[in-house]
Ligand binder design. Sequence first.
Ligand SMILES: Nc1ncnc2c1ncn2[C@@H]1O[C@H](COP(=O)(O)OP(=O)(O)O)[C@@H](O)[C@H]1O
Ligand SMILES: [Mg+2]
Length: 351
Amino acid sequence: MRTTVGVLLDLKTYLGISKGRTGTERLALYNIAGENHGLRPFYMSLHHLRGKTALGYYYENNAYKLVRRSIPKVTHNRAIALSPFLRKKLKELSKSSIVFNEQNRYDKLHIHQLLYANHSLRTYLPESTKYSREQLKTALKKYSSLFIKPTSSSVGDGIIKISKQEGGGWNLYWMKGKPKLVTYKEAVSFIAKKVGKRNYMIQEAIPLATYNGQPYDLRISVQRGGSGQWQVTGMIGKVAALGRHVTNVAKGGKVKRVEELFDSSGFYSPLIKHELQQVSLSIAQYIGIKLPQMADIGLDVGVDAYGNIKLIEVNGRDQRYTFKKADLETTFYHTYETPLRYAKFLLNQST
Ligand SMILES: Nc1ncnc2c1ncn2[C@@H]1O[C@H](COP(=O)(O)OP(=O)(O)O)[C@@H](O)[C@H]1O
Ligand SMILES: [Mg+2]
């Protein structure tokens, strides 16, 4: 008899199960991992909970079966719950189940401050502050290049880059295409207008290493596994599309294996990979202490031309799809298997 593990999905993904359309979420991999580890994934949605029961799906005999059953003891959260209604439902769920990655969206500046408190991690953090018009003016004097970005968005939305030009003025990068040459005053008012009333942060720009002239950074999947310990499950590069200052795949970024990127940058791949793994583990372990419910994160990490490592952001719901896009099928599978192995660890702990 296999033990049931809950997998909490966004409503759209959940409703797509019966049509075989689950977007970037590859449920088949949870099913295979479940079989390999004596677990039975049970797919739930926050909209389909009632008391201590849930209406959800099992995968059995090559088909999904809808059943109502008691909420499993352990649940892996893959849903984003931002509205008050969904947050309330999630809280209710966590009363009957150990939900890991329960909170998976954090304010970027909050995470920065949390990590900054650890002296040994500071060297990996680009300087960051909360956006205000005054802070922007200070930052424009202090740095020759900086990013102004929303503290809560994702997929590269709303991100502005500004860089000082040798001949005077600033190059402003917004959306896509060629940067606009602006004066200091124009820069300040353009940025203030784009920010509006939203929460933004200012971050010194990391002079990212380039591939064919385009900046690249890395997505590093760090997860807790079968022993409850953090591990680096995979690492993949993202190269910015032409005319873009962000590497996000959603903004045309191209995935590339890290070895190819490192070779082209003249780095010794085994060494820099090892360093990246060590840094990623230190970051994850510290996050794990401060936010114990976290067990599955995707780090955006930058490397400069000298091989210095800098953390760009921490994602609480890694869209593992980049590994699939790069044909790293085994790694892609492991990003699904590892959380299930962690779920098994939690189940054993709780009995
Ligand atoms: N400080 C920075 N220096 C260099 N590039 C950055 C910096 N901040 C963001 N970027 C670029 O913008 C991309 C998106 O920024 P990120 O903070 O990860 O926001 P999002 O949540 O939208 O992905 C990064 O992957 C990177 O390519
Ligand atoms: Mg990102």
